[in-house]
Design a protein around this ligand. Sequence first.
Ligand SMILES: NC(=O)C1=CN([C@@H]2O[C@H](COP(=O)(O)OP(=O)(O)OC[C@H]3O[C@@H](n4cnc5c(N)ncnc54)[C@H](OP(=O)(O)O)[C@@H]3O)[C@@H](O)[C@H]2O)C=CC1
Ligand SMILES: CC(=O)N[C@@H](CCC(=O)OP(=O)(O)O)C(=O)O
Length: 352
Amino acid sequence: MGNPKRVPVGIVGASGYGGVQLIRLLMEHPEVEIVYLGGDSSAGKPYTDLYPHLFHKVSLNVEPIDIDVIASRCEVVFLGLPNGIACDLAPILVEKGCKVLDLSADYRFKDLETYTTWYKKDRTDQKTAQKAVYGLPELYREEIKASPLIGCPGCYPTASILALSPLLKQGLIVPETAIIDAKSGTSGGGRQAKVNMLLAEADNSLGAYGVAKHRHTPEIEQICSDLAGHEVRVQFTPHLIPMVRGILATVYATLRDPGLVREDLITIYGAFYRSSSFVKILPTGVYPQTKWACGTNLCYIGIEVDPRTDRIIVMSAIDNLIKGQAGQAVQCLNLMMGWDEALGLPQMSFYP
Ligand SMILES: NC(=O)C1=CN([C@@H]2O[C@H](COP(=O)(O)OP(=O)(O)OC[C@H]3O[C@@H](n4cnc5c(N)ncnc54)[C@H](OP(=O)(O)O)[C@@H]3O)[C@@H](O)[C@H]2O)C=CC1
Ligand SMILES: CC(=O)N[C@@H](CCC(=O)OP(=O)(O)O)C(=O)O
């Protein structure tokens, strides 16, 4: 029997990287109890068949995805599934009174036409999608508190948007000049086997992919447009880098006022993120490394200005599986439940 005071939580897609990261975080969270783990091909297996090192922590089996079972047992449901599946499950779960946090792209877009264009899936859940809030607490804290359904951001958008937000909100850059050059570790691609993620393919190499067509572009543009108050287009290029965890996004943009120096911008960023304890603005001349963020829910931001080109260069580092995925979802849950936003979320990496 579990502690009856804890909130019963289910994880659908528990066998994936997002799922196992949620388990790690939620097992240390004082207010919740995991009561359901759901999967597809892994259904029926003891969870520790999939992640044997957790044998002393997790005794649950993976169960088939049965919406009535999930809704009857869980007050909160995390969906860590491939894109295009949550939109069939979330409307029913929300209708049955569950709070839902979707890790996929299904509830990130206000405009479902944009979703359909990029994700090639027609949607019939417009009513549910309207209730969804983009799960980036640093920008939408109050909206998250009031919503039953959170569309948690993608990993690249989290790093990129946190780097650009103060600039766009305060009109400090020419928005169309923004270029995002981002690198991700291979866990960003999930646990399912893919040829480009084989050690022999990815190790000792670095390359771009999805150039001028990655699906995170419209997601980043949606939030940038919201911040700027008009439509914004950005150039986003992701790269796969031979490490397991972490994203480094380096963002370039032209400053409207060439008189601004890096110390001014560090002050502006510090003020913008004053109430956001997970965003760490680095001091003058310090640039972030992914290792500092790995294992934490932090986003480290370093700022530089090149007076020869009048460009600002903002470097943003996160752990793609924590601030870029499972940790951010737990941060949102804390807000939805009225708990301390930082509850159960790690703030110190294992570095060095
Ligand atoms: N990895 C990352 O850095 C980030 C990922 N995301 C997003 O989070 C979501 C989960 O990602 P991640 O954990 O990496 O993915 P994984 O590939 O590691 O896991 C996918 C999960 O979905 C289940 N699944 C696969 N196909 C189906 C299906 N047809 N029906 C039901 N369940 C299915 C799998 O179950 P089984 O194993 O039992 O078949 C598994 O539990 C994705 O939408 C991803 O885009 C968001 C931010 C960052
Ligand atoms: C390295 C790698 O493959 N990364 C993934 C991004 C993961 C993610 O955040 O994807 P969603 O928007 O689907 O949630 C990719 O580029 O497809």
